[in-house]
Design a protein around this ligand. Structure first.
Ligand SMILES: [Zn+2]
Length: 451
């Protein structure tokens, strides 16, 4: 039996490797400790060599991914030369805007005033907006959301405009973050300064979780399959891994990866609040650092916060010390914001090895996978996404979503209604493990976004 299993797992590993470029395959083989001689040359396609993505590098977009629908933009009056753009989105109940400002070096001293002005003008430009999120970057080196961190971020619910004006004049405001006033993440861990390789604060944000990929030798693959099958069959954590809850209890976990994002976070939290549903957010450490108030909102509203690495990087190719630092920095950042210990970890890309599992275990983190991935990051279209949601929903399941997927925002309310009709209670990973049945959520009515 072990021989048959071994062949099956080696075949699965080779299929994964065949999707990689030669340089990627070499790195993964090395991480997996599979002798190179065992890999038939014909399994590795002759595609242009790419270097394996490391922290700070943008990783390839998953195959099959379609472009997201265009998001409408606001025009401010009078216009501000520092505003790159203001986009806005609805979740069918509220509208939230996200403004991006790019500042020259001589404008940085005015960052507060410029951010507050942009927020006020955006709220004036569209009276239906509930909130404006502002992200202010240095113009030099700006690389989008996944590039260098902003120098200032701000969340402005319409009712808080006066508070923001006082903050711009030098006061305090708890929904603002400024890099200059925020300790670097290494300082969160006394005696553990941030390694230079992790100081860039840039991110590999394009990798999305699609399949779980275990990299290990044949014996380790057999062990991993045993843990996976036990977790799937009986539910619960086995040897530090969670693949599912008790299939006999009518509870499924709702998990959102890659949080937090400006604009999407308030829209999603609003939908969860209306549906009276709690979820587990797997949070990217650097994004939590720049938008701490969204992480606070999650916990204050009863949601759970998990670790998704600091830079959202695939761990198997990294030296294990860097992988450990990715986990430690993220847990320290989250605990610094919420005051609560972090219990769960989800590996970016679903990639893991015995060493990364050990690293997580040694930091009291259980590694959490999923049973249901409707691939919302591929933008398959609202109807396709909804069909995928409904087809896979099951007691004991773990649903994988992403918190910045527009189509998930579009169909989420209908999905909550469907789960309720099916008698499946959605909750956090902890709820799943406890088999806890929450109070039935209320109906949401018509959730389709209106623009
Ligand atoms: Zn992710």
């Amino acid at each position: 039996m072990p021989n048959i299993l071994s062949l099956t797992f080696l075949s699965a590993a080779l299929t994964t490797l065949s999707l990689l470029s030669p340089s990627q395959a070499t790195a993964y083989i090395s991480a997996a400790q599979i002798p190179v001689a065992q890999i038939p040359a014909t399994q590795i396609p002759a595609v242009p060599a790419r270097t394996l993505a490391l922290p700070g590098q943008v990783q390839p977009v998953a195959p099959g991914t379609r472009r997201a629908a265009a998001i409408p933009e606001l025009t401010l009056s009078p216009p501000m030369p520092q505003v790159q753009r203001v986009r806005y989105l609805s979740n069918g109940h509220i509208e939230v805007a996200s403004a991006v400002l790019l500042l020259r070096g001589d404008e940085v001293a005015q960052a507060r005033t410029l951010a507050a002005t942009a927020a006020a003008r955006a709220l004036a430009a569209r009276p239906g907006l509930s909130e404006v999120d502002v992200s202010v970057y240095n113009k030099v080196g700006y690389g989008g959301f996944g590039g260098p961190l902003p120098i200032l971020t701000l969340s402005v619910p319409r009712s808080r405009l006066a508070d923001v004006a006082r903050w711009a004049a030098g006061g305090a405001y708890e929904r603002a973050w400024e890099a200059a006033l925020s300790p670097p993440p290494g300082n969160l861990m006394p005696g553990n300064p941030t390694p230079s390789s992790l100081q860039s604060e840039t991110i590999a944000d394009k990798v999305r979780e699609k399949t779980t990929n275990f990299f290990g030798n044949v014996t380790q693959k057999v062990q991993d399959a045993g843990n996976r099958n036990a977790s799937r069959a009986r539910g619960g954590i086995h040897n530090g891994l969670l693949y599912g809850g008790d299939p006999g209890k009518p509870v499924a976990a709702l998990t959102f990866d890659d949080a937090p994002h400006p604009m999407y976070e308030p829209l999603l939290l609003d939908l969860l609040r209306r549906g009276q549903v709690k979820a587990t957010f797997f949070v990217i450490g650097r994004n939590a650092r720049a938008y701490p108030y969204f992480v606070r909102d999650m916990v204050q509203q009863g949601h759970e916060v998990g670790n998704h690495t600091y830079h959202h990087v695939r761990l198997p190719p990294l030296p294990i010390s860097s992988a450990e630092t990715e986990l430690r920095l993220t847990s320290a950042t989250l605990q610094g914001i919420t005051g609560q210990p972090v219990r769960y970890f989800r590996p970016p890309g679903g990639d893991y090895t015995p060493a990364t599992l050990n690293a997580a275990r040694s930091q009291d983190l259980s590694t959490v996978f999923w049973t249901d991935d409707p691939a919302d990051f591929q933008n398959p279209g609202d109807e396709v996404l909804e069909t995928r949601f409904e087809r896979r929903l099951r007691p004991g399941g773990i649903i994988l979503l992403h918190d910045n997927a527009q189509e998930t925002i579009n169909v989420f309310g209908d999905f909550l209604d469907f789960a309720r009709r099916r008698g499946v209670t959605l909750g956090t990973v902890s709820d799943l493990l406890a088999g806890k049945r929450a109070a039935a959520p209320s109906a949401l009515g018509d959730h389709r976004p209106r623009r």
